[in-house]
Design a protein around this ligand. Structure first.
Ligand SMILES: *Cc1c(COP(=O)(O)O)cnc(C)c1O
Length: 383
């Protein structure tokens, strides 16, 4: 089955009992047993739920993986991954990452004895940081918020030579544009809150993995910790996924148009979008992705919080908000929003400066978006 057919059919056979073509919302906490421990595969909805199972089968198929597990948020999914490590274990992460992931590493798992080293996204830097205790490489690609591209197969080759596993947060690309397991990664993380859900109406997370032993550990933790998504959210995700292909194509088409517009704007000093031929990661992106996605970051001339606020206040269609990947365009100010949980020194080191703005390009008519951003950039500096 091709990708787009999978989005609509994988894990989603018509309901045996009624013929319903849409997977029902199994809004139940528990299941009647015929005899003690004799049941139809479900006992209690923290351990398993048919709507969730359909979603997990679909996600595994989309990422070309064997197993998927879903969680109540992207961070809950990440928490499960890190919970498979033990005190003393070491993780090497690419420094340009989601602020909440950094906070989970530094403020939750470091006190439990895990060690973290942050490196640039360059392949060689991962190799240099390897220690005997290194168990995981953790990368995002494209990265948040600077849209850098990390060579997934290059990093995976180094990892495997050293018996280390590679986790890729594939939230920004979505499986439509990139399938990290096929590039050699061992585990894929998603914040399904973003493109997978696609409509800014839920919080969710997912893991996709091939290794059966790791999957068994993660499945145990999914149930033992209990951060599972509810049936309704699973149903919303399944509904969202059905249009993933058409949405992603439109996000990308709009993003390329807007990035090109921004690149020639006199109030913009820098545009970060891997789809631009001028972008230093363009060729690598072309090699490992089938498209460039819908996220753009850019820097405002003489940009600071005040200038950014003046710009945001003038916008009529694009909303100032956290999050990304929905049908509606959202803009944010990383240094004080998504990356506020990262110390300023660390933010400056990776380029998340006060003039940086991140735009999640929606699927509205692109002419309207360009007009909105264009009039917004006309803000007066004295406001
Ligand atoms: C949003 C996000 C997360 C966290 O996911 P939640 O669903 O908000 O918990 C992790 N990684 C990336 C890249 C994200 O954008």
């Amino acid at each position: 089955m091709k990708f787009t057919t999978k989005t609509i059919h994988a894990g989603q056979k018509p309901d045996k009992a009624t013929g319903a073509v849409t997977v029902p919302i199994y809004q139940t906490s528990t299941y009647k047993q015929d005899e003690i421990n004799v049941h139809k595969g479900f006992e209690y909805s923290r351990s398993g739920n048919p709507t969730r199972q359909a979603l997990e089968e679909c996600l595994a198929a989309l990422e070309n993986g064997r197993f998927a597990l879903t969680f109540s948020s992207g961070l809950a999914a990440e928490h499960a991954v890190l919970s498979t490590l033990k005190p003393g274990d070491h993780v090497i992460a690419a420094e340009d990452m989601y602020g909440g992931t950094y906070r989970l590493f530094e403020q939750v798992f470091k006190p439990y004895g895990l060690q973290f080293t942050y490196v640039s996204g360059n392949t060689g830097d991962f190799e240099k940081a390897v220690k005997p205790e290194t168990k995981l490489f953790w990368i995002e690609s494209p990265t948040n918020p600077l849209l850098r591209i990390i060579d997934i197969s290059g990093v995976s080759a180094i990892a495997h030579k050293n018996n280390i596993k590679v986790v890729v947060d594939n939230t920004f690309a979505s499986p439509f544009f990139q399938q990290p397991l096929l590039l050699g990664a061992d585990l894929v993380v998603h914040s399904t809150t973003k493109y997978i859900g696609g409509h800014s109406d839920l919080i969710g997370g997912a893991l996709i993995v091939n290794d059966e032993e790791w999957y068994a550990k993660l499945k145990f933790l999914q149930n033992a910790i209990g951060a599972v998504p509810c049936a309704f959210d699973c149903w919303l995700m399944l509904r969202g996924i059905k249009t993933l292909s058409v949405r992603m194509k439109q996000h990308e088409e709009n993003a390329l148009r807007i990035a090109t517009f921004l690149e020639s704007h006199q109030r913009i000093t820098q545009v970060y979008y891997p789809g631009l031929p001028s972008n230093p990661f363009h060729n690598l992106a072309k090699k490992q992705m089938t498209g460039f996605g819908g996220m753009i970051s850019f820097k405002l001339l003489q940009g600071d919080e005040k200038a950014a606020n003046s710009f945001f206040k003038k916008l009529k269609i694009v909303s100032l908000a956290e999050s990304l990947g929905g049908v509606e365009s959202l803009i944010c100010y990383p240094s004080a929003m998504t990356h506020a949980s990262m110390p300023e020194e660390q933010r400056n080191a990776i380029g998340v400066t006060k003039d940086l703005i991140r735009l999640s390009v929606g699927i509205e008519d692109v002419e309207d978006l360009i007009e909105d951003v264009s009039q917004g950039l006309n803000y007066s500096r004295t406001i």
